[in-house]
Ligand binder design. Structure first.
Ligand code: SAH
Ligand code: SF4
Length: 347
């Protein structure tokens, strides 16, 4: 019999599974504590459960973990961790030190099917969705390597589109925020999407975590050229659902805006962005394009980036230029590649 991966179950799933085995639902809390606070790898170690329960659990479930395959540390101490999944694909997480805060950028998919033209993950294509445990275990593994530096924030901005793996992403957030799991506040978790409108609608009602949207362009033709998903969910549909988010959640969304030379870095775009932001008092993160072998796009000059930012700030828009972390180790946004392919070696 194939055993069930217990770390793929949310607390509610586990309660149901325990009931079916004739075990008390409250044991889900005890098991969560063993799994996510004490990090045991064996049901035998769960000493507050009866011996017979432990035996039954060991027959039914397995407790997987993810081992770091490789790590690279950049000059600014950003560290990229690579994990190789059981069936072959590799995924990456990036630990970004920011003063006393440490942010972990996790992957939600091996590759990505949305194929944004500027993104290395997208250019390399889609392998598969990550399971719940393959998402949460990135945190467990990286935290275990950095015991003295608590990871305070988690962002779903690594490889993949979290909303194309919606259910697993939400279950992972459930474990990350459970009182008996990792106990993160929802405010410290941000999910970034390229703009999958139906899933944003669901997220409004189903999660209290923060939302970031990779906007990247203010005109449909430019956005569709950069992000093919825009043909399905154009800016009008995207902004309508974000208006809804703002009204219902009273929260801020962060717009990510990758600045690409001569594509979306002109003042006309900043003016358009300021217009849009009159309707939504959202924050903007300007991300200077990280150049890579997968495209000819270039990063704008510093003056262009500064002028764009100054225009937004002068229109009272909260706007940061995101400093690039770990660029030389290809740990920056859009440089997460997973499996090595021959062209990459040639760089
Ligand atoms: N799929 C989700 C989550 C991945 S986040 C999303 O797209 O939002 C990856 C972030 O990095 C996105 O904001 C994306 O626009 C940005 N990005 C991708 N490639 C990049 C590159 N080469 N340089 C800078 N930012 C990039
Ligand atoms: Fe996928 Fe996001 Fe990259 Fe687009 S930017 S290809 S949605 S990971």
């Amino acid at each position: 019999m194939n055993k069930i991966n217990i770390k793929n179950l949310s607390q509610e799933d586990l309660e149901q599974a325990l009931k079916q085995l004739g075990l008390p639902a409250y044991s889900a809390k005890q098991i969560f504590i063993w799994l996510y606070k004490k990090h045991v790898s064996d049901f035998g170690q769960m000493t507050n459960l009866s011996l017979s329960s432990r035996q039954l659990l060991a027959e039914q479930f397995e407790i997987p973990s993810l081992a770091v395959h490789q790590k690279k540390i950049s000059r600014d101490h950003t560290t990229k961790y690579q994990f190789v999944l059981n069936d072959g694909p590799a995924v990456e997480s990036v630990l970004i030190p920011m003063g006393r805060w440490h942010t972990l950028c996790v992957s939600s998919q091996a590759g990505c099917a949305l194929g944004c033209k500027f993104c290395l993950t997208g250019i390399k294509g889609f392998k598969r969705n990550l399971s719940v445990s393959e998402i949460t275990e990135q945190l467990a593994a990286v935290q275990a390597e950095n015991r003295d530096t608590p990871i305070s924030h988690i962002v779903f901005m690594g490889m993949g589109e979290p909303f194309a793996n919606y259910d697993n992403t939400l279950k992972a957030i459930d474990i990350l925020t459970s009182e008996f799991g990792y106990q993160y506040s929802h405010r410290r978790i941000t999910v970034s999407t390229a703009g999958l409108v139906p899933q944003i609608k669901r997220f409004i009602g189903e999660s209290k975590a923060n939302l970031a949207v990779s906007l990247n362009a203010l005109y449909d033709d430019t956005r569709t050229a950069l992000m093919p998903i825009n043909a399905r969910y154009p800016l009008e549909k995207l902004t309508a659902v974000l208006k809804d988010y703002h009204q219902k959640r009273k929260g801020w969304v962060t717009f990510e805006y990758v600045m690409i030379k001569d594509i979306n870095d002109g003042i006309a775009h900043a003016i358009q962005l300021a217009k849009l932001l009159k309707e939504f008092p959202f924050k903007v993160n300007l991300i200077p394009f990280n150049e890579h072998w997968g495209t000819d796009y270039k990063r704008p000059d510093e003056e262009h980036i500064r002028a764009f930012q100054e225009y937004l700030v002068s229109h009272t828009i909260a706007c940061m230029v995101r400093t690039t972390h770990g660029e030389e180790i290809e740990a920056a946004c859009g440089q997460l590649g997973g499996i090595k392919i021959p062209q990459e070696d040639a760089q």
